[in-house]
Design a binder for this molecule. Structure first.
Ligand SMILES: [Zn+2]
Length: 337
């Protein structure tokens, strides 16, 4: 009796709807018999004929003493049915975690044949489709893609430069999520296309907004996203094959070191092609400062102009490739209310 009450009334979520219906029907029958016969189960003792005497029979509607004894059970059955239908109409707890559309910011560029890969790549994103028809005449489309690891909006794993550090599949969800801050260097980049975000820029930011939280992702905002997806504008050169002619901004190695050592950040993101600026492609100081401490770099980040300086939270969803040095990443920012 208590189990029935517990399953149906108290903990209705513990059983699926079909199960609950079966439990109600199956459990109500013996309960009725139990109540009506006062332990006189028919297979044990002769049926109490008296309880089954018909009181009236009008137009086929019969009422017996047995039916009268059922009436006290009616509120319990109604309560069980009402309670269960009410629970079924309630949203699942997961609905509490949904966000208004305007609170979600997509910070990734789409992948296509036009997507920018380092120096043109050689393994630009190529998607090939094929249609298949089933015996039931249903047509579905499937394909395969080929792409370099470091193209479009992508994540550099620490393994990119530190071969004892985490590759893409080693990264935990903890490493891939954290508060987001945005440091604006738009004016400085207008004056110097090879500008490096400096420790001074970080300190100026903190003086205005407060200390960068632990586990943060720090995004550089240089308005470089406006140049996407024009190769020449993004690398700022007429000779794509020659990296020495490139001009674009990045993080200064000292600033990266400061963020990793003093602020314990999870990673940095840039709207330009590389966390290091164009003049540092040989020494890769910012890349090294991240990789040696197992931190992340995100390159070609989109929509940085729409990210507020503070208050957002970022979720990185990259491909989980074993021993991957990098991978395309969906960068999802959850904006403050
Ligand atoms: Zn990369």
């Amino acid at each position: 009796m208590y189990l029935w009450f517990y399953l149906i009334i108290k903990k209705p979520k513990s059983a699926c709807t079909a199960m609950k219906s079966v439990i109600i029907v199956v459990s109500v029958i013996p309960l009725c018999v139990f109540t009506s016969e006062f332990f006189d189960f028919s297979y044990q003792k002769p049926v109490n004929i008296e309880t089954h005497v018909e009181i009236f029979n009008i137009y086929g509607l019969r009422l017996s003493k047995f039916d009268l004894k059922m009436i006290p059970l009616l509120p319990v059955v109604i309560l069980a049915v009402v309670k269960n239908s009410w629970v079924d109409s309630k949203p699942l707890p997961a609905a509490n975690f949904s966000f208004a559309t305007n609170r979600l910011l997509d910070m990734s560029h789409s992948l296509s044949a036009e997507t920018i890969f380092w120096q043109g790549g050689g393994y630009n994103f190529t998607l090939t489709h094929q249609d298949y028809v089933t015996e039931a005449n249903l047509t579905f489309r499937s394909g395969h893609f080929i792409a370099g690891e470091h193209g479009g909006t992508h994540l550099d794993s620490p393994y990119h430069l530190n071969f004892s550090a985490d590759g893409m599949a080693d990264l935990t969800l903890h490493q891939l999520t954290g508060p987001a801050v945005r440091i604006d260097i738009v004016d400085k980049v207008k004056a110097n296309l090879d500008y490096q975000l400096s420790v001074d820029d970080i300190q100026a930011f903190e003086n205005k907004y407060g200390r960068i939280p632990e586990g943060a992702f720090v995004f550089m905002y240089s308005e470089w996203g406006q140049r996407w997806p024009d190769y020449r504008k993004v690398y700022n050169t007429e000779t794509l094959a020659d990296g020495r002619t490139y001009h674009y901004p990045g993080f200064h190695p000292e600033a990266t070191e400061f963020l990793v050592q003093q602020r314990n950040i999870r990673g940095i993101g840039v709207d330009s092609p590389s966390t290091d600026n164009a003049r540092s492609t040989e020494t890769m100081g910012a890349h090294l400062a991240l990789a040696k401490e197992n931190r992340l770099g995100i390159e070609h980040v989109a929509n940085v102009d729409k990210l507020p300086p503070v208050g957002a939270f970022v979720i990185l969803a990259p491909m989980k490739s074993k021993a991957g040095t990098g991978a395309p990443v969906r960068v999802i920012a959850v904006l403050p209310e």
